[in-house]
Design a protein around this ligand. Structure first.
Ligand code: C5P
Length: 240
């Protein structure tokens, strides 16, 4: 199938979105821009968009093949993906398997603790407010999601965590935490949307503890692109 860019819809920090001739399909372009700390820190890394497109397409296809409803249709070329047209639910759903990041900063808990079960958090997707942590009641009472949608998106998130943890464990990578977004199709189906990449996940090398994700950029650890390349090398040479 060939998809052509139609009306321009939206530009985010790492992606652009277009309509296509098919009202049920959008095109996403993965940009080389990298941002952190609510876009206070910015960079352009040539090749990052291509890598995230590859990685995200691989992971979304992996999940879809295992029954997870996703927006993924196909990878079109180096920078572009065709996805189902959705309206994004304004919640960032974060799952944590190991303590780090904002959790440790906010609650003062020790870093690097393996949690006895996955910890699920909701954040309001609002750059101007700095994406604050919110509760289920906030989401329900302010109409960001219905009770049924919350239950569904939590169940999907935990399923995604199980599937991705197993996938990365086989590649000697610890899936520390990650963020998912969800969208509603015109038919009212809730599907996993956005991307799954080293921009949105924390990956620690099992043997060395090396950070293989955007924390290399956040913390100035160097060779950011090398880490993204390493994630793609391990995924693309994986025996399915
Ligand atoms: O910063 P924090 O520890 O809350 O991040 C938890 C996880 O969610 C990390 O994997 C991070 O990359 C991801 N995240 C994201 N987009 C945000 C906030 C967090 O992808 N706006």
């Amino acid at each position: 199938m060939t998809w052509e860019k139609g009306d321009f819809l939206y530009e985010g920090k790492a992606k652009k979105v277009w309509k296509t001739g098919d009202p049920k399909v959008y095109i996403i372009e993965y940009k080389d821009h990298l941002t952190a700390f609510n876009a206070e820190k910015k960079a352009t890394l040539e090749g990052k968009g291509r890598l995230n497109n590859e990685i995200s397409a691989y992971l979304l296809a992996h999940l879809a093949a295992r029954g997870v409803p996703t927006h993924f249709v196909e990878r079109i070329d180096e920078r572009h993906q065709a996805v189902r047209a959705v309206t994004i639910i304004p919640l960032e759903v974060v799952v944590r398997n190991v303590t780090t990041g904002s959790l440790c900063k906010r609650l003062g808990v020790e870093e690097g603790m393996e949690l006895p079960r996955p910890l699920l958090e909701l954040y309001l997707k609002d750059d101007a407010l700095g994406d604050p942590l919110v509760t289920d009641d906030h989401a329900l009472l302010f109409g960001w999601a219905t009770e049924e949608e919350l239950a569904t998106l939590k169940a999907i998130t935990l399923e995604v965590n199980d599937l991705l943890r197993a996938l990365f464990r086989d590649l000697s990578i610890v899936l520390v935490d990650f963020k998912l977004e969800f969208g509603r199709t015109a038919e009212g189906d809730l599907v996993l949307a956005d991307e799954i990449s080293p921009d949105t996940c924390r990956f620690w090398d099992l043997a060395t503890g090396d950070r293989l994700d955007k924390d290399r950029f956040r913390k100035d650890l160097g060779d950011v692109l090398g880490a993204y390349r390493e994630i793609w090398r391990r995924l693309s040479t994986r025996e399915a």
